[in-house]
Design a protein around this ligand. Structure first.
Ligand code: SF4
Ligand code: SF4
Length: 300
């Protein structure tokens, strides 16, 4: 685990500048407006103590995968970093912070991206793909930031500067299935498909179904990144479903049976992922649609 501080006033100033600069990226006006107003609505923070700094931690959260069995063949669907094992993770991090700084007060950040605070504190840096990278962990890590009353004076880092490895590299730009990575400091969030995988809303007509590739989120820009490829890799945590279980799972409109839920829940350790996984698996395998596998006409 890695941790870094940022002084509250300077961090908020730097964050405000980033939210303003997002507004000038004309390709994502709605996204930028929403993020900026969410930030403003939560500043200054309404807390039962006077916050003086942010404490941000990064902890390992590697990718995993689900292997399905269809007609005797195996199909593996990636689960990008940060999604497995998130149930209770914030509470554990909160407890660790309190243990490390007894007598001090902590409150979860509101309205500010954890990635942004990690970049402002110097804990991490953005990649061209808008993902935060931490030394030694790449993007295979989760971030957790809290307001604290611990006094801290230190440098404020430029959150918009890409990590050094991005200089001259366009691998994620080339590998993004939707062209969302534009080379601007902020990606074109309207094109990034992550958000469609977080809810079970119908996929909009103008989003090609062939771009979906993961059980939640989207994986190519991180999977292809040389910074992640250079990490010491263990075999990803994998759950394998048999033929009958796979058939039940991909029947996503029917919902999970108790037996299947009993298999998936302890593996995911993330209720949100559990709620969207079957629909997203059907999307990733081209089986999203009402009539037959691969049919994409109906988007309910
Ligand atoms: S693929 Fe290249 S440009 Fe993209 S985040 Fe990784 S190092 Fe940076
Ligand atoms: S998450 Fe997917 S859609 Fe978004 S930038 Fe990365 S590769 Fe592109």
């Amino acid at each position: 685990m890695r941790a870094a501080f940022s002084e509250l006033g300077k961090a908020l100033e730097a964050a405000a500048k980033v939210y303003e600069s997002m507004g000038s990226n004309v390709s994502t006006p709605d996204f930028a407006k929403g993020a900026a107003s969410h930030f403003k609505a939560n500043q200054p923070p309404d807390l039962p103590f006077r916050p003086l700094s942010f404490l941000t931690v990064a902890y390992p959260s590697p990718p995993a995968q689900l292997t399905l069995t269809i007609g005797g063949e195996r199909a593996t669907i990636p689960i990008p970093p940060i999604y497995i094992g998130q149930d209770g993770a914030d509470a554990s991090m909160d407890a660790l912070m309190r243990e490390a700084a007894p007598g001090h007060r902590f409150a979860h950040t509101k309205g500010i991206s954890q990635k942004l605070l990690a970049a402002i504190s110097g804990l991490g840096r953005y990649g061209r793909n808008n993902v935060c990278y931490v030394k030694g962990l790449g993007s295979h890590c989760s971030l957790f930031a809290q307001y604290t009353d611990i006094p801290f004076e230190g440098p404020t880092h430029d959150p918009l500067g890409f990590m050094d490895e991005c200089a001259g590299c366009v691998i994620c730009m080339d590998g993004c299935p939707t062209g969302a990575i534009t080379g601007n400091p902020v990606i074109d969030a309207d094109l990034c498909i992550n958000r469609y995988t977080y809810r079970l809303d119908p996929i909009p007509e103008d989003v090609p179904l062939s771009v979906f590739n993961a059980l939640i989120g989207c994986w190519p820009c991180q999977a292809l990144c040389p910074v992640n490829k250079a990490l010491p890799m263990n075999e990803p945590e994998t759950l394998e479903l048999g033929e009958a279980e796979t058939a039940e799972f991909l029947d996503y409109k029917a919902g999970l049976t108790p037996a299947l839920e009993g298999r998936l829940r302890p593996f995911f350790r993330n209720d949100h992922l559990l709620s969207v996984a079957a629909r997203n698996a059907a999307l990733a395998l081209g089986r999203y649609g009402p009539n037959k596998p691969g049919e994409s006409g109906d988007r309910d």
